[in-house]
Unconditional design. Structure first.
Length: 450
């Protein structure tokens, strides 16, 4: 058996064992990386761990650390109240506000994980406060960022269009951007209607996740603002038929919240304007806030979900090993030998979706777009359509909990809901792996007729 096939079977075994036994998938993936890399291929330990996503590790730890402090000192709650005021108190509009903000940030040049890292903690806290399905809020943030992915001035758009040009393929940046935008907007409509948005609009329930008369889940205590939020929420009246948020005592700005808000603004400016690393900036801000107010940051490190960090980093390390030994190229080259070009194009879209659910979308597109050149030479496959379909297939699956975006949603969900959110995101992500390539391929290469 070739090493490429061995790595594929090992990946399947990782998911099978992790499903049947209560073993962290990330730990299994690291063991598999060691077993295949060192024992089978004779690689040295530094080479086995070369694909460990240090940047992703820092982002997950730094952002969740900072926003744990922000929750503890009441800053996130203050931002939630500001979001409510922004839409006139209507809860039903908040998921779309988060979708739009994420889309705009990415369209203007923020990398998608940076936008999700900024917006997800606020959106997930809002969901917990008002009984909105956390899956609804998390997916709206993730697919909002995905909607802006291929803007001509966005990072992924610039990279993808550059690969297209260097490969001699006739692309169209605006078709790529608009087709991806429309795909994710339609997904957003489906997510909103399918995961509780209709109940938010009618006002009969706080959301599909929990009835209005059920007590909210416990939220962190804000030492600077008095009793736990959950205590205050338990006495709030139900949302009425006009779907507006009930009255609650407004939080005021104090020193800790002002400094935390300043740190968040610096995070946005640093990421969007100066291209600084979100994770390292978040860690810097968290350390400064800890020095300034130790009492509100005392438990923040413990609120980092280390099991999520282990899971995501372990899986990404293993997939990087698969890429290093040529598994992706092996699959891609095998598919290009298929006699039917349209079928081969569909299979390439599926490879992009499957691998990108665990690995870098940019890296996958850089590897697979050049492999499509022989298919396009036949004249039976639209170049514009295939590039757009492959790009959508490879990016829309970032809602998988094994990608940075999906992992940020899981890490920022209330602790008692994280297992549920993880499982639901896995179902959603792998559902998209099955459906998105077929839909985008059918619409953009079979029906569009460019």
């Amino acid at each position: 058996m070739s090493e490429q096939l061995l790595s594929i079977f090992a990946l399947l075994a990782i998911f099978l064992i992790g499903t049947l036994r209560a073993v962290n998938l990330g730990a299994l993936a690291l063991v598999a990386s060691f077993a295949i890399g060192a024992a089978v291929l004779g690689m040295k330990t530094p080479d086995v761990l070369a694909g460990f996503p240090a940047e992703l590790f820092v982002i997950l730890v730094g952002v969740t650390y900072l926003f744990a402090i922000a929750r503890n000192n009441g800053t996130v709650e203050y931002l939630v109240q500001a979001a409510v005021r922004l839409v006139g108190g209507r809860v039903a509009a908040i998921p779309w506000v988060m979708f739009t903000i994420s889309c705009v940030l990415v369209s203007l040049g923020a990398v998608s994980p940076a936008a999700v890292a900024i917006i997800a903690p606020i959106g997930m806290t809002f969901a917990a406060r008002y009984g909105i399905n956390p899956l609804l809020m998390g997916l709206m943030v993730v697919h909002g960022s995905a909607a802006g992915n291929f803007s001509p001035i966005g990072v992924l758009g610039v990279v993808t269009n550059g690969v297209v040009d260097s490969s001699g393929i006739a692309g169209d940046p605006m078709v790529l951007f608009l087709s991806n935008l429309l795909f994710n907007v339609l997904l957003g409509v489906g997510i909103y209607l399918g995961f509780g948005g209709r109940h938010l609009m009618t006002g009969g329930r706080k959301g599909s996740y929990r009835a209005a008369d059920e007590p909210p889940t416990a939220l962190p205590r804000h030492p600077a603002s008095g009793p736990p939020i959950a205590t205050a929420l338990a006495t709030e009246p139900r949302i009425t038929a006009d779907s507006t948020v009930p009255e609650a005592e407004d939080l005021s700005l104090n020193r800790d919240r002002i400094v935390t808000l300043g740190s968040m603004v610096a995070l946005v400016v640093g990421a969007l304007v100066f291209g600084l690393d979100v994770g390292l900036m978040s860690l810097t801000a968290a350390v400064l806030l800890t020095l300034l107010a130790p009492s509100t940051a005392r438990e923040a490190v413990g609120q980092i979900n280390w099991s999520v960090v282990l899971l995501v980093c372990g899986i990404v390390t293993y997939v990087a090993l698969m890429q290093e030994i040529g598994t992706v190229d092996y699959l891609g080259n095998a598919i290009t030998k298929v006699d039917a070009p349209l079928l081969a194009a569909l299979l390439i879209c599926y490879i992009g979706a499957i691998v990108s659910a665990f690995a870098s979308t940019t890296g996958i597109l850089g590897a697979l777009i050049p492999l499509a050149v022989p298919l396009l030479a036949t004249g039976q496959v639209s170049a514009i359509g295939l590039v757009a379909a492959l790009s959508i297939s490879s990016s829309v699956v970032d809602s998988s909990p094994f990608s940075t975006n999906g992992a940020m949603v899981v890490a920022n969900a209330p602790q008692e809901q994280q297992t549920m959110v993880y499982r639901q995101l896995m179902k959603w992500g792998f559902g998209l792996v099955l459906v998105a390539p077929l839909l985008s391929w059918g619409a953009l290469t079979v029906l569009a007729g460019w």
